[in-house]
Design a protein around this ligand. Structure first.
Ligand SMILES: [Zn+2]
Ligand SMILES: [Zn+2]
Length: 280
Protein backbone atom coordinates (compact mmCIF):
# COMPACT_ATOMS: atom_id res chain seq x y z
CA UNK A 1 0.00 0.00 0.00
CA UNK A 2 1.20 3.53 -0.78
CA UNK A 3 2.60 5.55 2.18
CA UNK A 4 -0.23 6.93 4.33
CA UNK A 5 -0.03 9.07 7.45
CA UNK A 6 -1.28 12.10 9.35
CA UNK A 7 0.06 15.35 10.70
CA UNK A 8 1.12 14.43 14.26
CA UNK A 9 1.92 16.57 17.27
CA UNK A 10 5.37 17.35 18.70
CA UNK A 11 3.64 18.34 21.99
CA UNK A 12 6.38 18.28 24.65
CA UNK A 13 8.96 16.52 22.55
CA UNK A 14 9.74 15.71 18.94
CA UNK A 15 9.58 12.01 19.84
CA UNK A 16 5.86 12.31 20.58
CA UNK A 17 5.18 12.80 16.87
CA UNK A 18 6.73 9.41 16.06
CA UNK A 19 4.86 7.67 18.89
CA UNK A 20 1.57 9.05 17.59
CA UNK A 21 2.35 7.95 14.04
CA UNK A 22 3.30 4.45 15.17
CA UNK A 23 0.20 4.10 17.33
CA UNK A 24 -1.96 4.96 14.32
CA UNK A 25 -0.02 2.48 12.14
CA UNK A 26 1.06 5.23 9.80
CA UNK A 27 3.84 4.60 7.29
CA UNK A 28 4.65 8.31 6.85
CA UNK A 29 3.97 11.46 8.90
CA UNK A 30 4.14 15.24 8.91
CA UNK A 31 5.01 17.68 11.71
CA UNK A 32 5.54 21.34 12.51
CA UNK A 33 8.94 22.08 14.05
CA UNK A 34 7.37 24.52 16.52
CA UNK A 35 4.07 26.29 17.00
CA UNK A 36 3.31 27.48 13.43
CA UNK A 37 1.80 30.75 14.60
CA UNK A 38 4.81 32.13 16.50
CA UNK A 39 8.18 33.36 15.29
CA UNK A 40 10.26 31.66 17.98
CA UNK A 41 11.86 28.38 17.05
CA UNK A 42 13.69 26.18 19.57
CA UNK A 43 17.14 24.72 19.05
CA UNK A 44 16.85 20.94 19.36
CA UNK A 45 19.63 19.12 21.18
CA UNK A 46 21.72 16.69 19.20
CA UNK A 47 20.66 13.87 21.50
CA UNK A 48 16.98 14.49 20.71
CA UNK A 49 17.68 14.68 16.99
CA UNK A 50 19.62 11.39 17.09
CA UNK A 51 16.85 9.65 19.02
CA UNK A 52 14.24 11.01 16.60
CA UNK A 53 16.22 9.69 13.63
CA UNK A 54 16.77 6.31 15.30
CA UNK A 55 13.07 5.80 16.07
CA UNK A 56 11.95 6.94 12.66
CA UNK A 57 14.30 4.44 11.03
CA UNK A 58 13.24 1.68 13.40
CA UNK A 59 9.59 2.19 12.46
CA UNK A 60 10.27 2.73 8.76
CA UNK A 61 8.37 6.00 8.49
CA UNK A 62 8.93 7.35 4.97
CA UNK A 63 8.81 10.06 3.88
CA UNK A 64 9.15 12.48 6.80
CA UNK A 65 7.43 15.75 5.94
CA UNK A 66 7.92 19.07 7.75
CA UNK A 67 5.21 21.69 7.33
CA UNK A 68 6.34 25.32 7.27
CA UNK A 69 5.16 27.86 9.81
CA UNK A 70 2.15 29.90 8.67
CA UNK A 71 3.87 33.19 9.42
CA UNK A 72 6.47 33.02 6.68
CA UNK A 73 5.73 35.74 4.14
CA UNK A 74 8.54 36.38 1.68
CA UNK A 75 6.57 39.05 -0.19
CA UNK A 76 5.16 41.12 2.63
CA UNK A 77 4.82 44.86 2.07
CA UNK A 78 6.67 45.29 5.38
CA UNK A 79 10.47 44.89 5.06
CA UNK A 80 10.68 43.73 8.68
CA UNK A 81 8.29 40.84 8.00
CA UNK A 82 10.33 39.84 4.96
CA UNK A 83 13.52 39.81 7.05
CA UNK A 84 11.92 37.73 9.83
CA UNK A 85 10.40 35.40 7.23
CA UNK A 86 13.70 34.79 5.46
CA UNK A 87 15.35 34.04 8.78
CA UNK A 88 12.60 31.65 9.92
CA UNK A 89 12.45 29.92 6.53
CA UNK A 90 16.17 29.26 6.60
CA UNK A 91 16.12 28.05 10.23
CA UNK A 92 13.21 25.70 9.55
CA UNK A 93 14.56 24.25 6.33
CA UNK A 94 18.02 23.68 7.83
CA UNK A 95 16.45 22.00 10.85
CA UNK A 96 14.26 19.86 8.61
CA UNK A 97 17.40 18.79 6.78
CA UNK A 98 19.22 18.07 10.05
CA UNK A 99 16.31 15.85 11.12
CA UNK A 100 16.61 13.87 7.90
CA UNK A 101 13.30 15.10 6.50
CA UNK A 102 12.51 14.30 2.89
CA UNK A 103 10.22 17.25 2.27
CA UNK A 104 9.51 20.71 3.64
CA UNK A 105 6.08 21.90 2.48
CA UNK A 106 5.23 25.57 2.27
CA UNK A 107 2.26 27.66 1.08
CA UNK A 108 3.45 30.82 -0.64
CA UNK A 109 1.67 34.03 0.24
CA UNK A 110 -0.11 36.22 -2.28
CA UNK A 111 -0.05 40.03 -2.23
CA UNK A 112 -2.81 41.95 -3.98
CA UNK A 113 -0.58 45.01 -4.34
CA UNK A 114 2.10 43.16 -6.27
CA UNK A 115 2.09 41.74 -9.77
CA UNK A 116 3.23 38.20 -10.46
CA UNK A 117 6.76 39.16 -11.52
CA UNK A 118 7.43 41.08 -8.33
CA UNK A 119 6.07 38.18 -6.28
CA UNK A 120 8.29 35.71 -8.14
CA UNK A 121 11.39 37.86 -7.73
CA UNK A 122 10.93 38.38 -3.97
CA UNK A 123 10.01 34.75 -3.36
CA UNK A 124 13.02 33.55 -5.34
CA UNK A 125 15.29 35.82 -3.36
CA UNK A 126 13.90 34.44 -0.09
CA UNK A 127 14.68 30.88 -1.16
CA UNK A 128 18.14 31.84 -2.40
CA UNK A 129 19.27 32.55 1.18
CA UNK A 130 18.93 28.95 2.34
CA UNK A 131 22.18 27.48 1.05
CA UNK A 132 22.84 23.90 0.08
CA UNK A 133 20.79 21.13 1.67
CA UNK A 134 21.88 17.55 2.16
CA UNK A 135 18.62 15.73 1.47
CA UNK A 136 15.50 17.77 2.16
CA UNK A 137 13.54 19.16 -0.80
CA UNK A 138 11.09 22.04 -0.58
CA UNK A 139 7.61 21.45 -1.98
CA UNK A 140 5.25 24.28 -2.91
CA UNK A 141 1.65 23.55 -1.94
CA UNK A 142 -1.42 24.56 -3.95
CA UNK A 143 -3.72 26.96 -2.08
CA UNK A 144 -7.46 27.66 -2.03
CA UNK A 145 -7.24 31.22 -3.33
CA UNK A 146 -4.20 32.91 -4.86
CA UNK A 147 -3.12 34.27 -8.21
CA UNK A 148 0.11 32.27 -8.10
CA UNK A 149 -0.67 28.90 -6.49
CA UNK A 150 -4.38 27.99 -6.78
CA UNK A 151 -4.79 27.04 -10.43
CA UNK A 152 -2.50 24.27 -11.68
CA UNK A 153 -1.04 26.28 -14.62
CA UNK A 154 -0.25 29.16 -12.22
CA UNK A 155 1.31 26.84 -9.67
CA UNK A 156 3.55 25.27 -12.31
CA UNK A 157 4.52 28.69 -13.69
CA UNK A 158 5.38 29.82 -10.16
CA UNK A 159 7.56 26.79 -9.65
CA UNK A 160 9.43 27.53 -12.87
CA UNK A 161 9.86 31.22 -12.06
CA UNK A 162 11.17 30.79 -8.51
CA UNK A 163 13.34 27.84 -9.52
CA UNK A 164 15.92 26.96 -6.86
CA UNK A 165 18.14 23.91 -6.35
CA UNK A 166 16.31 23.29 -3.08
CA UNK A 167 12.81 23.15 -4.55
CA UNK A 168 11.86 19.62 -5.52
CA UNK A 169 8.26 19.83 -6.67
CA UNK A 170 4.73 20.39 -5.45
CA UNK A 171 2.28 19.12 -2.86
CA UNK A 172 -1.37 18.88 -3.89
CA UNK A 173 -3.95 19.45 -1.16
CA UNK A 174 -7.34 18.05 -2.20
CA UNK A 175 -9.31 20.51 -0.04
CA UNK A 176 -7.44 23.47 -1.54
CA UNK A 177 -7.86 22.05 -5.05
CA UNK A 178 -11.61 21.72 -4.52
CA UNK A 179 -11.94 25.20 -3.01
CA UNK A 180 -9.96 26.61 -5.95
CA UNK A 181 -12.62 25.36 -8.38
CA UNK A 182 -11.58 21.81 -9.28
CA UNK A 183 -14.75 19.96 -8.32
CA UNK A 184 -13.08 16.60 -7.69
CA UNK A 185 -16.28 15.20 -6.16
CA UNK A 186 -17.22 14.36 -9.77
CA UNK A 187 -15.59 13.15 -12.97
CA UNK A 188 -15.44 16.61 -14.61
CA UNK A 189 -13.28 18.17 -11.91
CA UNK A 190 -10.98 15.15 -11.83
CA UNK A 191 -10.59 15.30 -15.63
CA UNK A 192 -9.86 19.04 -15.54
CA UNK A 193 -7.16 18.45 -12.91
CA UNK A 194 -5.60 15.51 -14.78
CA UNK A 195 -5.70 17.39 -18.08
CA UNK A 196 -3.98 20.48 -16.67
CA UNK A 197 -1.28 18.49 -14.90
CA UNK A 198 -0.76 16.43 -18.04
CA UNK A 199 -0.66 19.49 -20.34
CA UNK A 200 2.05 21.09 -18.20
CA UNK A 201 3.96 17.80 -18.04
CA UNK A 202 3.95 17.95 -14.25
CA UNK A 203 2.84 14.57 -12.94
CA UNK A 204 6.44 13.90 -11.94
CA UNK A 205 6.51 17.08 -9.88
CA UNK A 206 3.74 15.94 -7.53
CA UNK A 207 5.69 14.43 -4.63
CA UNK A 208 3.05 14.56 -1.92
CA UNK A 209 -0.72 14.70 -1.48
CA UNK A 210 -2.50 16.32 1.45
CA UNK A 211 -5.72 14.37 1.57
CA UNK A 212 -8.46 16.46 3.17
CA UNK A 213 -12.18 16.75 2.59
CA UNK A 214 -13.66 20.24 2.33
CA UNK A 215 -16.22 21.97 4.56
CA UNK A 216 -16.71 24.71 1.95
CA UNK A 217 -18.23 24.16 -1.50
CA UNK A 218 -16.26 23.82 -4.74
CA UNK A 219 -14.83 27.10 -6.00
CA UNK A 220 -15.50 28.92 -2.71
CA UNK A 221 -11.85 29.87 -2.25
CA UNK A 222 -12.30 28.95 1.42
CA UNK A 223 -9.76 26.65 3.08
CA UNK A 224 -11.64 24.57 5.70
CA UNK A 225 -10.59 20.97 6.11
CA UNK A 226 -13.18 18.30 6.89
CA UNK A 227 -13.08 14.60 7.85
CA UNK A 228 -12.62 12.22 4.90
CA UNK A 229 -16.04 11.52 3.37
CA UNK A 230 -17.88 14.02 5.57
CA UNK A 231 -17.37 17.08 3.37
CA UNK A 232 -18.24 18.20 -0.15
CA UNK A 233 -15.66 15.95 -1.83
CA UNK A 234 -17.12 12.80 -0.29
CA UNK A 235 -16.00 9.17 -0.39
CA UNK A 236 -16.81 8.78 -4.09
CA UNK A 237 -14.70 11.85 -4.88
CA UNK A 238 -11.73 10.37 -3.01
CA UNK A 239 -12.27 7.03 -4.74
CA UNK A 240 -11.95 8.83 -8.07
CA UNK A 241 -8.99 10.93 -6.99
CA UNK A 242 -7.05 8.01 -5.53
CA UNK A 243 -7.61 6.06 -8.73
CA UNK A 244 -5.47 8.50 -10.79
CA UNK A 245 -2.82 6.06 -11.93
CA UNK A 246 -0.03 8.60 -12.47
CA UNK A 247 -0.27 9.42 -8.74
CA UNK A 248 -0.73 5.91 -7.42
CA UNK A 249 2.59 5.87 -5.56
CA UNK A 250 2.51 9.41 -4.20
CA UNK A 251 2.45 9.49 -0.36
CA UNK A 252 -0.75 10.65 1.36
CA UNK A 253 -0.85 12.80 4.49
CA UNK A 254 -4.11 13.70 6.23
CA UNK A 255 -4.59 17.13 7.79
CA UNK A 256 -8.15 16.47 8.87
CA UNK A 257 -9.74 18.00 12.02
CA UNK A 258 -8.78 16.55 15.41
CA UNK A 259 -11.61 17.21 17.81
CA UNK A 260 -11.63 13.82 19.50
CA UNK A 261 -8.79 11.32 19.98
CA UNK A 262 -10.47 8.86 17.59
CA UNK A 263 -10.63 11.30 14.67
CA UNK A 264 -7.25 10.41 13.13
CA UNK A 265 -7.95 6.69 13.24
CA UNK A 266 -11.41 7.12 11.71
CA UNK A 267 -10.03 9.23 8.86
CA UNK A 268 -7.08 6.91 8.25
CA UNK A 269 -9.40 3.90 8.21
CA UNK A 270 -11.71 5.61 5.71
CA UNK A 271 -8.72 6.06 3.37
CA UNK A 272 -7.41 2.54 4.04
CA UNK A 273 -10.77 1.14 3.03
CA UNK A 274 -10.72 3.06 -0.26
CA UNK A 275 -7.14 1.95 -0.99
CA UNK A 276 -7.98 -1.70 -0.22
CA UNK A 277 -10.94 -1.51 -2.55
CA UNK A 278 -8.80 -0.02 -5.31
CA UNK A 279 -6.11 -2.65 -4.86
CA UNK A 280 -8.47 -5.61 -4.98
ZN1 LIG B 1 -2.31 21.07 3.19
ZN1 LIG C 1 -5.63 24.01 4.19
Amino acid sequence: MRPLGVHTSIKNTLINSIEEAVQLQCTTFQIFLHSPRIWEIPEYEEQVIDEFKRLRKLHGLNPLVIHASYLINLISSKPKTIASSRYLLKREVLMADALGADYYVIHLKDNKDMDKDEIYAKTKEGFSKIGKLEKCKILIENTAKSKITSQIPDLIETLQKIESENIGGICIDTCHLFAAGYDISGEDGISKFIEEVFQSGSFGLIKLIHLNDSKAPAGSGIDRHEHIGKGHIGISGFERFLKIKELSNVPLILETPKKSPEDDLKNLNAVREILRKLES
